[in-house]
Ligand binder design. Structure first.
Ligand code: TXA
Ligand code: MG
Length: 363
């Protein structure tokens, strides 16, 4: 068991396997009881695993911040079990918001709305707005409904690490810190929900996810892109990226962006450079045609170009590289440059290199 710091919750962490199509009643009842009385329960959603607490229970919510080592001013998403419950926790919900939840809930969409007073400041970090989501996972919905309270839940990783897509990932980050993990198998989507700020007009996309900006615009018209949404990073030749580092493996991730041919040439050049420095190297590729000649102590993963499969496997792969103790991950950019996968890779990167092979790789 890891070292306990003062203030940590010293618990034996139980992992219980739950049937994802037809959750065992007893497991749900026990977990719901634990949540209601202020305990912390990790549970599967369709996106990633969440670290849940009773969203109306201030001291329970505080335990989440401790377990995750999360900065206090980073607010949580409140998970609800029925669409109509939005009016219990939000006020002045716009027609556009109602349309969005009619189309996309239950599902991987989080809406930011004006909050009602009863929501503790611990959930919203003192903001006047609240993030709400109804997940599309039978276990999650059964748990929320049985508990009878909204469930505040961030992704169940230690802050800054890749989000967990299996119960084993949660266990790895959270053992000894939380009471219970419900194991509902691998998360289907693999990337966190799309977040849209609906407290402003027009709505603003705060975090891209499986539900794309275009899909949202088809329902509500124009959606603005958040300026902080790090797409601007691509315009810089190199970025220290540290300010944005997130979803990050322990290894140093170097992201190479450009045309497919330039990417491959640049990664091969980097491979030679880091081999000479005796670094243990991992390569994360997406282009099926790119064959890298790796040595025995090097780790190559090619996730392919299918967006659903690559999304599902991305965080798992970043954790796999860490489990293999690589020092450096050389990552190809995903072929669709504005896909949510690229948003996560850019945030995970220590360095972004724009490859330009016209006069040899620009390293
Ligand atoms: O798919 C998901 O959304 C997963 C599953 C568990 O539901 N949850 C998740 O939570 O990714 P978390 O805490 O890792 O990310 C929530 C994001 C944070 O970046 C937080 O800053 C933002 O939502 N957020 C929460 N409340 C907000 C608010 N009132 N205004 C703007 N952003 C908010
Ligand atoms: Mg998170």
């Amino acid at each position: 068991m890891g070292k306990q710091k003062k203030g940590d919750i010293d618990k034996n962490t139980q992992v219980i396997r739950v049937n994802r199509m037809n959750p065992e009643r007893d497991h749900i009842i026990n977990a719901a009881r634990l949540l209601r009385k202020g305990g912390i329960v990790a549970f599967p959603t369709e996106t990633v695993y969440g670290l849940g607490a009773n969203g109306l229970h201030e001291s329970a919510i505080k335990k989440i911040y401790i377990a995750k080592k999360r900065p206090r001013d980073n607010p949580l998403i409140l998970h609800i079990g029925y669409k109509k419950d939005i009016d219990l926790y939000a006020r002045n919900v716009s027609a556009a918001t109602k349309k969005l939840i009619r189309v996309f809930w239950p599902g991987p969409l989080t809406v930011i709305v004006k909050k009602r007073k009863k929501i503790p400041d611990a959930v919203t970090g003192g903001l006047d707005t609240l993030a709400l989501r109804m997940p599309d996972n039978i276990i999650a919905l059964a748990l929320i409904r049985k508990s009878g309270v909204p469930i505040a839940a961030p992704s169940a990783n230690v802050s800054g690490k890749p989000s967990p897509t299996t119960a084993a990932h949660v266990y790895n980050d959270m053992y000894g810190k939380i009471e219970l993990i419900l194991d509902g198998g691998r998360a289907d989507v693999g990337l966190e929900s799309t977040i849209v700020d609906c407290s402003v007009d027009p709505p603003v996309l705060l975090r891209p996810g499986k539900i794309t900006r275009r899909q949202i615009e088809q329902v509500v018209g124009v959606v603005k892109n958040d300026v902080m949404n790090n797409h601007s990073l691509i315009h810089k030749p190199k970025s220290p990226g540290l300010k944005y580092r997130h979803y990050a493996p322990d290894a140093r991730l170097i992201l190479v962006e450009s045309e497919p041919y330039d990417i491959k040439t640049t990664i091969n050049a980097l491979l030679r450079q880091y081999r000479a420095q005796k670094k243990r190297i991992g390569i994360l590729a997406f282009f099926p045609g790119h064959k890298y000649h790796v040595r025995k102590n090097e780790v190559l993963v090619n996730l392919g170009m299918n967006t659903y499969r690559a999304s599902r496997k991305l965080f798992e792969t970043l954790r796999f590289f860490d489990a293999q103790n690589v020092d450096i991950i050389l990552a190809e950019s995903f072929p669709l440059s504005d896909h949510a996968i690229m948003n996560r890779l850019r945030k995970a990167a220590s360095e972004i290199i724009i490859a330009n092979n016209k006069d040899g790789p620009s390293l």
